[in-house]
Design a protein around this ligand. Structure first.
Ligand SMILES: [Zn+2]
Length: 412
Protein backbone atom coordinates (compact mmCIF):
# COMPACT_ATOMS: atom_id res chain seq x y z
CA UNK A 1 0.00 0.00 0.00
CA UNK A 2 1.38 3.39 -0.97
CA UNK A 3 -0.78 6.34 0.10
CA UNK A 4 -1.17 8.82 -2.76
CA UNK A 5 -1.64 12.28 -1.32
CA UNK A 6 -3.86 14.72 -3.22
CA UNK A 7 -1.61 17.74 -2.81
CA UNK A 8 -3.73 20.12 -4.92
CA UNK A 9 -6.89 19.41 -3.00
CA UNK A 10 -5.07 19.79 0.31
CA UNK A 11 -3.65 23.18 -0.73
CA UNK A 12 -7.13 24.29 -1.83
CA UNK A 13 -8.59 23.23 1.51
CA UNK A 14 -5.89 25.12 3.45
CA UNK A 15 -6.74 28.16 1.31
CA UNK A 16 -10.48 27.74 1.92
CA UNK A 17 -10.05 27.46 5.68
CA UNK A 18 -7.77 30.53 5.71
CA UNK A 19 -10.67 32.50 4.19
CA UNK A 20 -12.73 31.87 7.32
CA UNK A 21 -10.95 34.48 9.39
CA UNK A 22 -11.45 37.72 11.29
CA UNK A 23 -8.31 39.31 9.82
CA UNK A 24 -7.45 40.75 6.44
CA UNK A 25 -5.70 38.11 4.25
CA UNK A 26 -3.00 36.87 4.33
CA UNK A 27 -3.37 37.17 8.12
CA UNK A 28 -5.65 34.70 9.87
CA UNK A 29 -7.47 35.27 13.16
CA UNK A 30 -9.78 32.60 14.55
CA UNK A 31 -10.55 32.86 18.23
CA UNK A 32 -12.34 30.03 19.97
CA UNK A 33 -16.16 30.12 20.00
CA UNK A 34 -16.45 33.31 17.93
CA UNK A 35 -18.90 33.13 14.98
CA UNK A 36 -15.85 32.73 12.71
CA UNK A 37 -14.53 29.79 14.72
CA UNK A 38 -17.97 28.15 14.61
CA UNK A 39 -18.16 28.68 10.85
CA UNK A 40 -14.71 27.08 10.42
CA UNK A 41 -15.79 24.12 12.53
CA UNK A 42 -18.94 23.61 10.44
CA UNK A 43 -16.87 23.77 7.24
CA UNK A 44 -14.41 21.23 8.62
CA UNK A 45 -17.12 18.85 9.84
CA UNK A 46 -18.65 18.93 6.36
CA UNK A 47 -15.25 17.92 4.88
CA UNK A 48 -14.96 15.05 7.38
CA UNK A 49 -18.47 13.80 6.65
CA UNK A 50 -17.80 14.05 2.91
CA UNK A 51 -14.86 11.72 3.55
CA UNK A 52 -17.23 9.22 5.17
CA UNK A 53 -15.99 9.77 8.72
CA UNK A 54 -18.31 9.54 11.72
CA UNK A 55 -18.20 12.88 13.53
CA UNK A 56 -18.95 13.69 17.15
CA UNK A 57 -18.17 16.71 19.33
CA UNK A 58 -17.73 16.74 23.09
CA UNK A 59 -18.95 19.43 25.46
CA UNK A 60 -15.83 21.59 25.12
CA UNK A 61 -16.10 21.36 21.32
CA UNK A 62 -13.28 18.90 20.58
CA UNK A 63 -14.19 17.31 17.22
CA UNK A 64 -13.66 13.56 16.69
CA UNK A 65 -13.94 12.25 13.12
CA UNK A 66 -13.59 8.50 13.01
CA UNK A 67 -12.84 5.98 10.31
CA UNK A 68 -14.10 2.85 12.01
CA UNK A 69 -11.75 -0.12 11.89
CA UNK A 70 -12.66 -3.76 11.47
CA UNK A 71 -12.34 -4.16 15.25
CA UNK A 72 -14.57 -1.27 16.31
CA UNK A 73 -13.90 -1.88 20.01
CA UNK A 74 -10.10 -1.84 19.79
CA UNK A 75 -8.37 1.38 20.92
CA UNK A 76 -8.16 3.94 18.11
CA UNK A 77 -5.10 5.43 16.47
CA UNK A 78 -5.43 9.21 16.69
CA UNK A 79 -4.07 12.13 14.74
CA UNK A 80 -4.94 15.82 14.64
CA UNK A 81 -4.17 19.30 15.87
CA UNK A 82 -6.04 22.62 16.15
CA UNK A 83 -7.65 25.22 13.87
CA UNK A 84 -7.84 28.19 16.23
CA UNK A 85 -5.41 30.99 15.41
CA UNK A 86 -4.09 33.88 17.50
CA UNK A 87 -4.77 37.44 16.24
CA UNK A 88 -2.87 38.17 13.04
CA UNK A 89 -1.47 34.68 12.63
CA UNK A 90 -0.78 32.52 9.59
CA UNK A 91 -2.70 29.73 7.89
CA UNK A 92 -0.54 26.69 8.66
CA UNK A 93 -0.11 26.45 12.44
CA UNK A 94 -2.35 23.59 13.57
CA UNK A 95 -4.15 23.49 10.23
CA UNK A 96 -1.56 21.25 8.50
CA UNK A 97 -2.09 18.68 11.25
CA UNK A 98 -5.88 18.82 10.87
CA UNK A 99 -6.35 19.02 7.09
CA UNK A 100 -3.16 16.96 6.61
CA UNK A 101 -4.55 14.36 9.01
CA UNK A 102 -7.82 14.32 7.08
CA UNK A 103 -5.98 13.89 3.76
CA UNK A 104 -3.84 11.12 5.31
CA UNK A 105 -7.03 9.24 6.21
CA UNK A 106 -8.57 9.84 2.78
CA UNK A 107 -5.41 8.68 1.03
CA UNK A 108 -5.42 5.46 3.05
CA UNK A 109 -9.05 4.90 2.11
CA UNK A 110 -8.23 5.39 -1.58
CA UNK A 111 -5.32 2.97 -1.30
CA UNK A 112 -7.73 0.24 -0.28
CA UNK A 113 -6.53 -0.11 3.34
CA UNK A 114 -9.03 -1.62 5.77
CA UNK A 115 -7.50 -0.94 9.18
CA UNK A 116 -8.12 -3.16 12.19
CA UNK A 117 -8.01 -0.25 14.65
CA UNK A 118 -10.16 2.80 13.98
CA UNK A 119 -8.24 5.87 12.82
CA UNK A 120 -9.55 9.09 14.32
CA UNK A 121 -8.96 12.71 13.46
CA UNK A 122 -9.10 14.88 16.58
CA UNK A 123 -9.48 18.65 16.32
CA UNK A 124 -8.65 20.21 19.68
CA UNK A 125 -10.54 23.19 21.07
CA UNK A 126 -8.52 26.32 21.86
CA UNK A 127 -4.92 25.23 21.63
CA UNK A 128 -4.12 28.93 21.72
CA UNK A 129 -4.56 30.75 25.03
CA UNK A 130 -5.95 33.91 23.36
CA UNK A 131 -9.42 33.97 24.81
CA UNK A 132 -9.24 32.25 28.18
CA UNK A 133 -5.58 32.82 29.08
CA UNK A 134 -4.68 29.14 29.10
CA UNK A 135 -3.56 27.08 26.10
CA UNK A 136 -4.64 23.55 25.16
CA UNK A 137 -8.05 23.78 26.82
CA UNK A 138 -9.44 20.82 24.89
CA UNK A 139 -6.50 18.48 25.45
CA UNK A 140 -6.13 19.48 29.12
CA UNK A 141 -9.72 18.41 29.71
CA UNK A 142 -9.40 15.26 27.58
CA UNK A 143 -6.39 14.16 29.63
CA UNK A 144 -7.69 15.22 33.04
CA UNK A 145 -4.87 17.79 33.35
CA UNK A 146 -7.41 20.52 34.13
CA UNK A 147 -10.42 19.94 36.36
CA UNK A 148 -13.85 20.72 34.91
CA UNK A 149 -14.51 23.10 37.83
CA UNK A 150 -11.31 25.07 37.24
CA UNK A 151 -12.06 25.20 33.51
CA UNK A 152 -15.66 26.33 33.90
CA UNK A 153 -14.75 29.49 35.81
CA UNK A 154 -12.07 30.65 33.35
CA UNK A 155 -13.21 33.95 31.89
CA UNK A 156 -12.46 36.00 28.79
CA UNK A 157 -11.54 39.69 28.84
CA UNK A 158 -15.21 40.70 28.80
CA UNK A 159 -15.78 38.67 31.95
CA UNK A 160 -17.78 35.92 30.24
CA UNK A 161 -17.04 32.51 31.77
CA UNK A 162 -16.05 29.53 29.66
CA UNK A 163 -19.18 27.85 30.94
CA UNK A 164 -21.42 30.61 29.49
CA UNK A 165 -19.43 31.00 26.29
CA UNK A 166 -19.33 27.32 25.33
CA UNK A 167 -23.03 26.84 26.05
CA UNK A 168 -23.90 29.86 23.95
CA UNK A 169 -21.78 28.34 21.17
CA UNK A 170 -23.95 25.21 21.33
CA UNK A 171 -21.85 22.89 23.51
CA UNK A 172 -24.29 21.92 26.21
CA UNK A 173 -23.11 18.75 27.98
CA UNK A 174 -21.14 18.62 31.23
CA UNK A 175 -17.39 19.25 31.16
CA UNK A 176 -17.01 16.12 33.35
CA UNK A 177 -17.84 14.07 30.25
CA UNK A 178 -14.84 15.33 28.27
CA UNK A 179 -12.09 13.25 29.91
CA UNK A 180 -11.17 10.24 27.78
CA UNK A 181 -10.91 6.83 29.41
CA UNK A 182 -7.42 5.33 29.64
CA UNK A 183 -6.70 3.14 26.67
CA UNK A 184 -8.97 5.16 24.37
CA UNK A 185 -6.03 5.72 22.05
CA UNK A 186 -3.50 3.06 21.15
CA UNK A 187 -1.30 5.83 19.78
CA UNK A 188 -1.54 9.51 18.86
CA UNK A 189 0.55 11.25 16.18
CA UNK A 190 0.38 15.02 15.61
CA UNK A 191 1.82 16.61 12.49
CA UNK A 192 2.75 20.29 12.82
CA UNK A 193 4.92 22.98 11.26
CA UNK A 194 8.21 23.25 13.14
CA UNK A 195 7.74 26.92 14.16
CA UNK A 196 11.52 27.15 14.30
CA UNK A 197 14.35 27.26 11.74
CA UNK A 198 16.26 24.00 12.30
CA UNK A 199 14.80 21.81 9.54
CA UNK A 200 15.20 24.54 6.94
CA UNK A 201 18.74 25.35 8.12
CA UNK A 202 19.80 21.73 8.05
CA UNK A 203 17.95 21.10 4.77
CA UNK A 204 16.09 18.13 6.20
CA UNK A 205 12.40 17.78 5.25
CA UNK A 206 11.14 16.05 8.38
CA UNK A 207 11.63 16.14 12.14
CA UNK A 208 10.50 13.47 14.55
CA UNK A 209 9.85 14.92 17.99
CA UNK A 210 11.24 13.00 20.95
CA UNK A 211 10.39 15.48 23.72
CA UNK A 212 8.08 18.47 24.21
CA UNK A 213 9.40 21.31 26.40
CA UNK A 214 7.68 22.18 29.66
CA UNK A 215 5.75 25.47 29.59
CA UNK A 216 4.75 27.70 32.48
CA UNK A 217 2.64 30.84 32.43
CA UNK A 218 2.44 33.66 34.96
CA UNK A 219 0.36 36.77 35.33
CA UNK A 220 2.01 39.54 37.28
CA UNK A 221 0.26 42.60 38.70
CA UNK A 222 2.35 45.54 39.87
CA UNK A 223 0.54 48.04 42.08
CA UNK A 224 2.24 51.38 42.74
CA UNK A 225 0.84 54.87 43.19
CA UNK A 226 -0.50 57.10 40.43
CA UNK A 227 -0.45 60.85 40.33
CA UNK A 228 0.13 63.94 38.22
CA UNK A 229 3.20 63.71 36.00
CA UNK A 230 4.09 67.28 36.89
CA UNK A 231 3.03 67.42 40.51
CA UNK A 232 4.67 64.37 42.06
CA UNK A 233 8.44 64.77 42.45
CA UNK A 234 10.79 61.90 41.73
CA UNK A 235 11.70 61.00 45.35
CA UNK A 236 8.00 60.55 46.16
CA UNK A 237 7.14 58.26 43.28
CA UNK A 238 6.09 54.62 43.35
CA UNK A 239 5.87 54.16 39.60
CA UNK A 240 4.42 50.75 38.71
CA UNK A 241 5.79 50.79 35.15
CA UNK A 242 9.37 51.50 36.28
CA UNK A 243 9.13 48.56 38.68
CA UNK A 244 7.69 46.38 35.91
CA UNK A 245 10.54 47.41 33.60
CA UNK A 246 13.09 46.23 36.15
CA UNK A 247 11.23 42.99 36.56
CA UNK A 248 11.06 42.38 32.79
CA UNK A 249 14.84 42.74 32.53
CA UNK A 250 15.32 40.51 35.58
CA UNK A 251 13.19 37.81 33.90
CA UNK A 252 15.28 38.05 30.74
CA UNK A 253 18.43 37.74 32.79
CA UNK A 254 17.18 34.71 34.71
CA UNK A 255 16.56 32.88 31.44
CA UNK A 256 19.87 33.95 29.90
CA UNK A 257 21.88 32.76 32.90
CA UNK A 258 20.13 29.43 33.52
CA UNK A 259 23.16 27.64 32.10
CA UNK A 260 21.22 26.04 29.22
CA UNK A 261 20.23 27.28 25.77
CA UNK A 262 16.91 25.46 26.20
CA UNK A 263 15.65 27.97 28.78
CA UNK A 264 13.47 30.73 27.33
CA UNK A 265 11.35 33.37 29.06
CA UNK A 266 9.19 36.02 27.43
CA UNK A 267 7.12 38.89 28.75
CA UNK A 268 4.60 39.13 25.94
CA UNK A 269 2.07 41.62 27.21
CA UNK A 270 2.29 44.76 29.34
CA UNK A 271 -0.84 46.71 30.19
CA UNK A 272 -0.36 50.09 31.82
CA UNK A 273 -3.02 51.91 33.87
CA UNK A 274 -4.29 54.53 33.52
CA UNK A 275 -2.23 54.80 30.32
CA UNK A 276 -2.09 58.58 29.92
CA UNK A 277 0.92 60.63 28.96
CA UNK A 278 0.68 62.94 31.96
CA UNK A 279 -0.22 60.33 34.57
CA UNK A 280 2.21 58.23 36.62
CA UNK A 281 1.45 54.54 36.00
CA UNK A 282 -0.34 53.18 39.05
CA UNK A 283 -0.81 49.60 37.91
CA UNK A 284 0.81 47.28 35.36
CA UNK A 285 -0.18 43.79 34.27
CA UNK A 286 2.43 41.54 32.68
CA UNK A 287 2.09 38.08 31.19
CA UNK A 288 5.13 35.82 31.33
CA UNK A 289 5.79 32.66 29.34
CA UNK A 290 8.60 30.29 30.38
CA UNK A 291 9.75 27.09 28.65
CA UNK A 292 12.46 24.57 29.26
CA UNK A 293 13.22 20.97 28.37
CA UNK A 294 14.19 20.29 32.00
CA UNK A 295 11.49 20.49 34.65
CA UNK A 296 14.01 21.16 37.45
CA UNK A 297 15.57 24.05 35.55
CA UNK A 298 12.16 25.47 34.59
CA UNK A 299 11.10 25.39 38.24
CA UNK A 300 14.39 27.02 39.30
CA UNK A 301 13.60 29.84 36.85
CA UNK A 302 10.18 30.27 38.47
CA UNK A 303 11.83 30.53 41.90
CA UNK A 304 14.37 33.09 40.65
CA UNK A 305 11.60 35.22 39.16
CA UNK A 306 9.82 35.10 42.50
CA UNK A 307 12.96 36.28 44.32
CA UNK A 308 13.46 39.12 41.81
CA UNK A 309 9.84 40.16 42.21
CA UNK A 310 10.14 40.36 46.00
CA UNK A 311 13.41 42.31 45.86
CA UNK A 312 12.05 44.85 43.35
CA UNK A 313 8.82 45.27 45.31
CA UNK A 314 10.76 46.03 48.50
CA UNK A 315 13.19 48.38 46.82
CA UNK A 316 10.51 50.37 44.96
CA UNK A 317 7.78 50.24 47.61
CA UNK A 318 5.23 48.69 45.27
CA UNK A 319 3.16 45.53 45.59
CA UNK A 320 3.86 42.81 43.03
CA UNK A 321 1.44 39.89 42.93
CA UNK A 322 2.03 36.80 40.87
CA UNK A 323 -0.53 34.25 39.66
CA UNK A 324 0.71 30.95 38.30
CA UNK A 325 -1.58 30.10 35.37
CA UNK A 326 0.06 26.79 34.51
CA UNK A 327 3.29 24.92 35.13
CA UNK A 328 3.28 21.73 33.12
CA UNK A 329 5.74 18.87 32.96
CA UNK A 330 7.58 18.14 29.71
CA UNK A 331 6.45 15.14 27.65
CA UNK A 332 8.55 12.23 26.49
CA UNK A 333 7.38 10.88 23.16
CA UNK A 334 6.77 7.14 22.98
CA UNK A 335 9.62 5.02 21.60
CA UNK A 336 7.26 2.80 19.59
CA UNK A 337 5.73 5.75 17.73
CA UNK A 338 9.10 7.40 17.12
CA UNK A 339 10.12 4.06 15.63
CA UNK A 340 6.96 3.81 13.52
CA UNK A 341 7.61 7.31 12.14
CA UNK A 342 11.30 6.51 11.46
CA UNK A 343 10.32 3.29 9.67
CA UNK A 344 7.86 5.21 7.48
CA UNK A 345 10.59 7.74 6.59
CA UNK A 346 12.97 4.89 5.74
CA UNK A 347 10.34 3.19 3.59
CA UNK A 348 9.80 6.39 1.61
CA UNK A 349 13.54 7.20 1.56
CA UNK A 350 13.02 10.48 3.37
CA UNK A 351 15.74 11.87 5.62
CA UNK A 352 14.72 13.13 9.06
CA UNK A 353 16.22 14.37 12.29
CA UNK A 354 15.17 13.70 15.87
CA UNK A 355 14.34 16.94 17.67
CA UNK A 356 12.81 18.64 20.70
CA UNK A 357 9.61 20.67 20.36
CA UNK A 358 10.14 23.97 22.13
CA UNK A 359 6.60 25.08 21.48
CA UNK A 360 3.95 23.11 23.34
CA UNK A 361 1.17 21.33 21.58
CA UNK A 362 -1.94 19.35 22.49
CA UNK A 363 0.24 16.24 22.28
CA UNK A 364 1.93 17.37 25.51
CA UNK A 365 -1.33 16.67 27.34
CA UNK A 366 -2.43 13.66 25.30
CA UNK A 367 0.90 12.07 26.32
CA UNK A 368 -0.61 11.69 29.80
CA UNK A 369 -3.25 9.27 28.56
CA UNK A 370 -1.72 7.72 25.44
CA UNK A 371 1.62 7.11 23.72
CA UNK A 372 2.32 10.11 21.46
CA UNK A 373 4.89 11.46 19.04
CA UNK A 374 4.96 14.39 16.65
CA UNK A 375 6.08 14.89 13.07
CA UNK A 376 7.46 18.32 12.12
CA UNK A 377 7.65 19.81 8.64
CA UNK A 378 9.70 22.92 7.77
CA UNK A 379 8.22 26.41 7.70
CA UNK A 380 9.94 29.28 5.92
CA UNK A 381 12.51 31.08 8.10
CA UNK A 382 10.96 29.32 11.08
CA UNK A 383 8.23 31.99 11.06
CA UNK A 384 4.99 31.20 12.85
CA UNK A 385 2.22 33.16 14.56
CA UNK A 386 2.54 35.84 11.88
CA UNK A 387 0.80 36.41 8.52
CA UNK A 388 3.84 35.41 6.42
CA UNK A 389 4.00 31.96 8.01
CA UNK A 390 4.54 29.56 5.09
CA UNK A 391 4.92 25.83 4.52
CA UNK A 392 5.58 24.61 0.97
CA UNK A 393 2.91 22.35 -0.57
CA UNK A 394 5.45 19.63 -1.30
CA UNK A 395 6.70 19.71 2.30
CA UNK A 396 3.13 19.40 3.58
CA UNK A 397 2.38 16.56 1.16
CA UNK A 398 5.56 14.74 2.16
CA UNK A 399 4.54 15.03 5.82
CA UNK A 400 1.08 13.70 5.01
CA UNK A 401 2.56 10.70 3.20
CA UNK A 402 4.71 9.82 6.22
CA UNK A 403 1.79 10.44 8.56
CA UNK A 404 -0.51 8.19 6.48
CA UNK A 405 2.08 5.42 6.33
CA UNK A 406 2.59 5.64 10.10
CA UNK A 407 -1.14 5.64 10.88
CA UNK A 408 -1.60 2.61 8.63
CA UNK A 409 1.25 0.79 10.39
CA UNK A 410 -0.08 1.58 13.87
CA UNK A 411 -3.69 0.72 12.97
CA UNK A 412 -2.68 -2.74 11.69
ZN1 LIG B 1 -0.08 24.94 16.78
Amino acid sequence: MIPEVDQDRLVQEIEALAQISDAQAPAVTRIVFTPTDLKARAWLIARCEEAGLVVRQDSIGNIFARWTGSDAHAPAVGTGSHIDAIPNAGRFDGVVGVLGGLEAIRSLGRSGLRPKHSIELLVFTSEEPTRFGIGCLGSRLLSGSLSPDAAGILADKDGASLEEVRKKAGFQGELEEVKLPRGYYKAFVEMHIEQGPLLERQRVPLGIVTRIAAPAGLRIAVEGAGGHAGGVLMPDRRDALCAAAELILAIENVAKTSGAIDTVATVGTCEVFPGAVNSIPSRVHLSVDIRDTSLERRDAVLRSIQAARQAIAAKRQVAIEETLLNADAPAECAAEIIEALSDSCAKHKQPFILMVSRAYHDSLFISRIAPVAMLFIPCRNGYSHRPDEFAAPEDIARGVTILAETLAGLAG
